[in-house]
Design a protein around this ligand. Structure first.
Ligand code: SF4
Ligand code: SF4
Length: 402
C-alpha cells in the first residue's frame, strides 16, 4: 500500500466523513474523556479544517492526534467507510515531518533496531534471560520460557523433519519483538502447526512488519514493506500466517494487491483446519477458566469476527469471552509507552472484572503480544489484585498438544 501524499488525495479521504457520530460510542479515548476532539469525528474534523486552510497548525491538533490509540474500532462502526486508519497513518507521518510530533529518542532507536531483526534478537538476549528467570524487569515483561539460542527458522526446519506434515504449506511471519523477546510464542506456533499437519516455512529474508514505524510516524515503513514483499512472494505457499494481530494487519497492508497468497491470522487459519478435521484433544484442568480478549487489530483491523470457537475448544479448557472483549485494552502499538496514563485508564475499565473472576488458575488469553504485555501490566502494577496468568491462545493449544 502506498500512502497518498498529494494534498488533493488527502482532502478526498477527509471529506468522506458525514459527521453522523456513530463512531463515538466505540472510541476508547472518547469514552474516557467525553471530548469531541478526542473522538474519531473530532479528529477528522480538525485534520480537514487544517487541510482546507480554515485552521492554523496548532498544538491541540497534534495533541488529539497523539491521543488516538489507533485501535481502528471506529472503522467498522462507520457507515460512510471512512478509511480512518489510512488517514491516521498519513497524519502521524506528517506531524513527525513537520516537527509537531517528536517520538522520544529511545523509541526511534527501538524502531531502528526493529528494522535489523538479527541484531535486535542478539541484543535482546539478556531480556529473554530475565523473562526465563522471572525477574520483573519491566511492567510489560511477563514471565516466559523463550529459547535463549536458535531461531524460529531453524526450529521450523527441525519440526518439519520430526513431524513430517503433509498438509498445506504456510509462510510464517516471525516479527521483530516477537522473535527477539517473545520467541517462545513463535516456537509454540510452529509446533502447533506441525502437529496439525501444516508445513511451515520461515522465509529467511523477511523483516519487521513496520507496524512500530507506522505507530510512531517515523520514516522507513516503505523500505520494510518492500523487503517483506520480496520475502513472502518468493515461494509457493497456501497462506502467509502471523501470530500477532498487529503484525498480521501490517503485513496484510504490505501484501495487498500482490499476486501471492492471503495473509491470515494463524488462529483463523487453524480454525478452518480444525473445522475440517477436529483435533482429538482431552479436556484438562477443570478448575481453570480462560477469559478470551479479542485484539483490536484482529477484529477491527483484519475484520476477523472472533477467535474461532473450534480453536478455543481445542485448548481443552473452560473458556468464555472476557467482558468488553471487543473493546480496546489501551496497548495500541506503542501507545501504552507514549501515553501510559490514558492507556492505563482504558485498560482499567476492562480489567476490573478480573478482581472477582472465577477460576483456578484464572487465565487471560489473547492473540497479540502487545495486548499480552498490556494485560500483564494490570497485574504487575496492581491494577488487578487477584493473581491471573496471561497467555497467547497458541500457547494454550501447544500445552493441550503436549
Ligand atoms: S482508532 Fe480507536 S482511539 Fe483512534 S479515533 Fe478510532 S476508535 Fe478512537
Ligand atoms: S461514523 Fe464515520 S461518517 Fe460518522 S462521524 Fe464517524 S467517521 Fe464520520
Amino acid at each position: 500500500m502506498t500512502l497518498p501524499t498529494e494534498p488533493a488525495e488527502q482532502r478526498d479521504l477527509l471529506t468522506r466523513c458525514v459527521h453522523c457520530g456513530l463512531c463515538l460510542e466505540v472510541c476508547p479515548t472518547y469514552q474516557i474523556s467525553g471530548e469531541e476532539n478526542n473522538s474519531p469525528r473530532g479528529r477528522l474534523r480538525l485534520w480537514r479544517e487544517e487541510a482546507e486552510g480554515r485552521l492554523p497548525r496548532d498544538e491541540w491538533t497534534a495533541k488529539y492526534t497523539a491521543e488516538c490509540v489507533g485501535c481502528l474500532a471506529c472503522e467498522p462502526a462507520c457507515p460512510a467507510n471512512v478509511p480512518y486508519g489510512e488517514i491516521l497513518e498519513i497524519t502521524r507521518h506528517q506531524h513527525v515531518e513537520q516537527g509537531r510530533a517528536n517520538p522520544p529518542v529511545w523509541l526511534r532507536f527501538a524502531a531502528a533496531l526493529a528494522a535489523r531483526p538479527k541484531l535486535f534478537s542478539w541484543l535482546a538476549t539478556p531480556v529473554r534471560a530475565l523473562r526465563r528467570w522471572g525477574v520483573p524487569a519491566h511492567r510489560f515483561l511477563f514471565r516466559g520460557n523463550p529459547p535463549m539460542w536458535g531461531s524460529t527458522a531453524a526450529y521450523a526446519q527441525w519440526c518439519m523433519e520430526k513431524y513430517q506434515p503433509t498438509g498445506p504449506t504456510v509462510a510464517l511471519l516471525t516479527g521483530c519483538l516477537m522473535e527477539a523477546v517473545f520467541r517462545e510464542l513463535n516456537f509454540a506456533t510452529v509446533r502447533v502447526l506441525a502437529k496439525s499437519n501444516v508445513r511451515v516455512v520461515v522465509p529467511a529474508s523477511q523483516g519487521c512488519c513496520g507496524a512500530m514505524h507506522e505507530h510512531l510516524g517515523v520514516a522507513g515503513v516503505e523500505t520494510l514493506r518492500s523487503r517483506n514483499r520480496s520475502a513472502f512472494n518468493s515461494g509457493q505457499f497456501d497462506a502467509i500466517v502471523a501470530n500477532s494481530s498487529g503484525c498480521g494487519l501490517a503485513l496484510g497492508k504490505t501484501m495487498r494487491g500482490e499476486a501471492g497468497p492471503p495473509v491470515r491470522d494463524v488462529l483463523e487459519f487453524l480454525g478452518e483446519q480444525f473445522t475440517r478435521q477436529p483435533p482429538k484433544w482431552e479436556k484438562r484442568s477443570p478448575s481453570a477458566r480462560v477469559y478470551v480478549d479479542l485484539p483490536c487489530h484482529l477484529v477491527h483491523g483484519q475484520r476477523v469476527a472472533e477467535i474461532p470457537r473450534a480453536v478455543l475448544d481445542a485448548t481443552g479448557l473452560s473458556w468464555e469471552y472476557a467482558p468488553m472483549a471487543r473493546d480496546c485494552c489501551g496497548s495500541g502499538g506503542v501507545y501504552n509507552l507514549q501515553r501510559p496514563l490514558s492507556a492505563r485508564e482504558i485498560l482499567a475499565r476492562k480489567a476490573e472484572f478480573l478482581n472477582d473472576a472465577a477460576g483456578d488458575p484464572v487465565i487471560l488469553a489473547t492473540s497479540n503480544h502487545v495486548c499480552l504485555m498490556q494485560w500483564y501490566s494490570a497485574r504487575s502494577t496492581g491494577l488487578v489484585r487477584k493473581p491471573f496468568e496471561t497467555k497467547h491462545v497458541i500457547q494454550l493449544l501447544d500445552e493441550a498438544l503436549a
